[in-house]
Design a protein around this ligand. Structure first.
Ligand SMILES: [Zn+2]
Length: 355
């Protein structure tokens, strides 16, 4: 008779940290703005209910001026501070500062830094920073697209400066191109920036042949997808392009700009990704982290404006971070689906070994 034993996979459940704090509601926006405080309420509700082994809540700290100045001009940081203080102030039609926006934006960047510290210390292996305002559109000297400070870029620079890391991989699956992140590292070979996004769409950048420049040539990878792409195209692109490139880059740390406006129900896009697609993309990136940097991976929230899709997708990412299903994907050596995926494959073969 077979003796039932304790499921070893449960004993091995990976420790995952998450950053969530009610102060992330304090950045106020005009009525009907999609990037609204209720996004944090929905995530607080989710985490009250969500149950997984080995989850650790991490208290955020504000990013310091030194942290921000690694990616942003000092005059610009001062401008955000003073605009917020005197707010409401509109940086553009989409990007509004209210009196606590500067503090909230510092806490957003700092929340991700704190999570990265905890991963580097080995307290948790991976994690998710549920912060707002988001960051990937923020340029070194310009607020735009709901973003003030580029949380993921600040974190990449911090990991390199504080821990001496040599290669940081940033993968951005928010449906909008992360122009700010791309520009921060366009001539930098220490940070590989990969973005899958709807194109044409806001902000208009992220075309196929934006591939980096100078020392950074080949270290920017854009996957501009037409409206209507969903799980099949995204997952194949991750398994056949993003994962092999990520492995060849051999990162010391994996950062995910996790926007869930690529979900099929999101009001700001025409992408058709489902939670299954989100889970598969997460697995692909976690496999890179597992095999190249002891699993070190943190996600930071970017967009995602349908609250049900946001919370369901976040739960999928946290499930996958537990690590039990990382190798579930079926081998795929068939034809590539989607002309845009084929086009990326052709362009990137100049720089990376892709089958
Ligand atoms: Zn977005």
């Amino acid at each position: 008779m077979k003796v039932k034993t304790v499921d070893a996979s449960i004993c091995r459940m990976i420790k995952t940290g998450y950053v969530l704090d009610p102060r992330y509601r304090d950045h106020h926006v005009p009525p009907d703005h999609p990037e609204r405080p209720e996004r944090i309420d929905a995530l607080i509700d989710l985490m009250t209910e969500y149950d997984r082994e080995a989850l650790v809540q991490i208290k955020p700290r504000p990013a310091t001026s030194d942290d921000l100045e690694r990616n942003h001009d000092r005059w610009y940081i001062d401008k955000v501070r003073s605009a917020a203080k005197e707010g409401p102030y509109a940086f553009d039609l989409d990007t509004h500062a209210s009196p606590l926006s500067f503090d909230t934006a510092c806490l957003a960047a700092g929340g991700l830094l704190e999570l990265c510290d905890r991963v580097m210390a080995g307290d948790v292996q991976n994690g998710f920073a549920f912060v707002r305002p988001p960051g990937h559109h923020a340029e070194s000297n310009r607020a735009m697209g709901f973003c003030f400070f580029n949380n993921v870029a600040v974190a990449a620079r911090y990991l390199i400066a504080k821990y001496g890391l040599e290669r940081v991989l940033i993968v951005d699956w928010d449906v909008h191109h992360g122009n700010g992140t791309q520009n921060s590292f366009y001539e930098d070979r220490n940070v590989l920036y990969v973005s899958a996004h709807q194109y044409p769409h806001y902000p208009g950048s992220g075309v196929l042949d934006e591939v980096g420049a100078g020392e950074g040539l080949g270290f920017t990878v854009n996957l501009p997808f037409p409206a209507g792409y969903g799980d099949q195209e995204y997952v194949q692109a991750f398994n056949r392009i993003v994962e092999p490139i990520g492995r060849q880059f051999d990162p010391d740390f994996v950062l995910i700009s996790a926007g869930f406006d690529c979900h099929r129900t999101d009001p700001l896009s025409q992408a058709l990704v489902t939670t299954n697609g989100v889970a598969a993309m997460t697995r692909s990136l976690l496999r890179i982290a597992r095999d190249h940097c002891d699993g070190k991976c943190t996600a930071v929230l970017e967009g995602g404006y349908n609250l049900a899709a946001l919370t369901e997708s976040v739960a999928c990412v946290l499930d996958e971070m537990g690590g039990e299903h990382l190798d579930d994907d079926v081998e795929d050596d068939g034809e590539i689906t989607g002309a845009a995926v084929s086009a990326v494959h052709s362009i990137q073969r100049q720089f990376w070994d892709l089958s």
